[in-house]
Design a protein around this ligand. Structure first.
Ligand SMILES: Cc1cc2nc3c(=O)[nH]c(=O)nc-3n(C[C@H](O)[C@H](O)[C@H](O)COP(=O)(O)OP(=O)(O)OC[C@H]3O[C@@H](n4cnc5c(N)ncnc54)[C@H](O)[C@@H]3O)c2cc1C
Length: 480
């Protein structure tokens, strides 16, 4: 057996601060990367063109990074259950290493690959949670159960010491010419474009692909905006958040590096407000981990509501209203602005994600699973755990102890887009409407007609009452 270790990249498209990759390099100088374009994922009907475009861009840069480190990144296209062990066996690799993932599909796939590798006598790395600061096994209640409530999770999670960033890959050996030939025969291909894979996206990318871009975005944010995060993060017209979510989704930046940057920001800031703001951003990082732990511990979350009250909820089937929501034609300016932002750039501000999710479920009484899927079809950062967590939170169907949370689109606008700046940015026909009428959604029918903007498709007050009634009825028959 050779001393070759194949490192299988999945949601860790970087060579810096990558714990599994660093472990491979510690064992051997001959580390070669591999990424497998998986039809089980790419051929699903909830894949966003923006997400694939960003991913391919990151892979291109990862190939350059490997070349700089002296090695290469191979690309496969096929079911990893067959493709990864086949390549490893053909190259006579001593081991295949990878970082673990929480998603149900990954868990099943990885176990099957481990079985095949064992049969072939190829080593693998035991579960290694590179994308989390703390593994699901590490953060448990006093009774050794997983947390289902965020606040005690945060208390435990934040009290634990955090690891330092891992060593960047360097001084590696590449495959020989003969081995490269074998790799080609075992399925290695040129990296295709997103278009080659059938994904066309011309909406731009909220963050450029690659490690350097993610690192500079992190620096920019932690040097400046982070100290005003608490105040600014709720205003969708302001660039008050990091916009790092796609980089987190694909692991283009290491979580230890991110944490270290927040600690440095804390050391450099004097005021209590700045400290509190940095803490608030750290809490978002903990939300990300909370939802990943939840998905790992309760994989059934991926299939639907966590709480019994919502398991057989009589959601309405109204294709017309659902389409109006998807296309940003509901007649509620903040909802329409947010959905058009999503459709145009493949990203939406967090405040607006909460508003539109509440609107779909509590105003249109439409099943949150439809919204969850639509988000996955569009988001550059679409991630099963975070998206499912966000939708279950908004629908009140998740683990959150506060059950009925209904957002009023008008008061949300008055609070968070008081001048209608965000609305005007995304809904061009509303640009000339007087601010007072715009933010209160009291635009007259005549004006709506004149500018081609629809009447509200539902009455918020009525729908809210109907939702509450249905909720009470379901609650009586459920075990919640
Ligand atoms: C209905 C709904 C669906 C969502 N779907 C996704 C999704 O598919 N992918 C996704 O990454 N986030 C999702 N979120 C969470 C959140 O909206 C985004 O992470 C955030 O808007 C991304 O912008 P940012 O990078 O500027 O965030 P920042 O405010 O700068 O936060 C930093 C990072 O923390 C993490 N984070 C922040 N808030 C949350 C949260 N509530 N839950 C989990 N992680 C969080 C993200 O990784 C984010 O990049 C969803 C929220 C809701 C309400």
């Amino acid at each position: 057996m050779s001393d070759l270790i194949l490192f299988w990249h999945r949601r860790d498209l970087r060579i810096s601060d990558n714990t599994g990759l660093a472990a491979a390099r510690e064992q051997s100088p001959k580390v070669v990367g591999v990424f497998c374009l998986d039809p089980n994922i790419l051929e699903r009907d909830d894949v966003a063109p923006a997400r694939v475009t960003y991913m391919i861009g990151c892979l291109q840069i990862l190939q350059q990074r490997y070349a700089e480190a002296g090695s290469q990144l191979l690309i496969l296209h096929g079911d990893p259950i067959a493709a990864i062990p086949t390549l490893a066996a053909a190259l006579n690799a001593k081991a295949v290493f990878w970082n673990w993932d929480v998603e149900p599909y990954s868990q099943i796939r990885d176990r099957s690959i481990i079985d095949t590798l064992k049969e072939k006598g190829i080593e693998f790395l035991p579960p290694n949670w590179d994308q989390l600061l703390h593994s699901p096994e590490e953060i448990r209640t006093g009774g050794n159960s997983p947390y289902t409530v965020y606040t005690p999770f945060w208390k435990n999670w934040s009290s634990k010491p955090k690891a330092q960033p891992a060593e960047t890959l360097q001084n590696t050996e590449a495959l020989t010419k003969a081995e490269q030939e074998i790799a080609l025969q075992a399925g290695a291909i040129e990296l295709p474009s997103a278009k080659d894979l059938g994904f066309i996206w011309d909406g731009g990318l909220i963050i450029p692909p690659g490690e350097a871009a993610a690192q500079s975005r992190l620096e920019e944010f932690t040097n400046q905006a982070i100290i005003e995060y608490q105040e600014q993060r709720n205003f969708p017209a302001v660039d008050g958040t990091s916009q790092l979510s796609a980089a987190f989704k694909f692991g283009v930046i290491g979580i230890r590096t991110v944490w270290q940057a927040t600690m440095e920001a804390q050391e450099n800031s004097r005021s209590e407000e700045a400290q509190a703001s940095i803490r608030t951003w750290q809490q978002e990082l903990a939300w990300r981990e909370f939802y990943q732990h939840a998905m790992y511990n309760f994989p059934e979350l991926a299939e639907g509501a966590y709480r019994d009250t919502f398991k057989d909820f009589p959601w309405e089937t109204n294709e017309e209203n659902f389409q109006a929501w998807c296309e940003g034609r509901t007649g509620f300016p903040i909802v329409d602005a947010a959905m058009r932002q999503l459709n145009e750039i493949g990203w939406m501000h967090n405040r607006c994600r909460m508003i539109v999710a509440s609107f779909l479920t509590k105003d249109l009484l439409i099943n949150p699973q439809l919204g969850e899927k639509y988000f996955m079809q569009k988001l550059i950062d679409g991630d099963l755990s975070a998206n499912n967590g966000g939708w279950q939170w908004s629908a009140s169907s998740g683990m959150d102890p506060k059950p009925v949370r209904i957002f009023n689109p008008t008061s949300q606008t008055q609070k968070f887009d008081p001048e209608g700046e965000y609305i005007r940015q995304w809904v061009s026909e509303l640009r000339s409407v007087d601010t007072e009428y715009l933010v209160t959604n009291k635009i007259s029918p005549l004006e709506r007609h004149g500018i081609g903007y629809p009447e509200p498709i539902v009455d918020h007050k009525q729908q809210q009452q109907q939702f509450k009634q249905l909720y009470q009825q379901q609650k009586v028959v459920s075990r919640d």
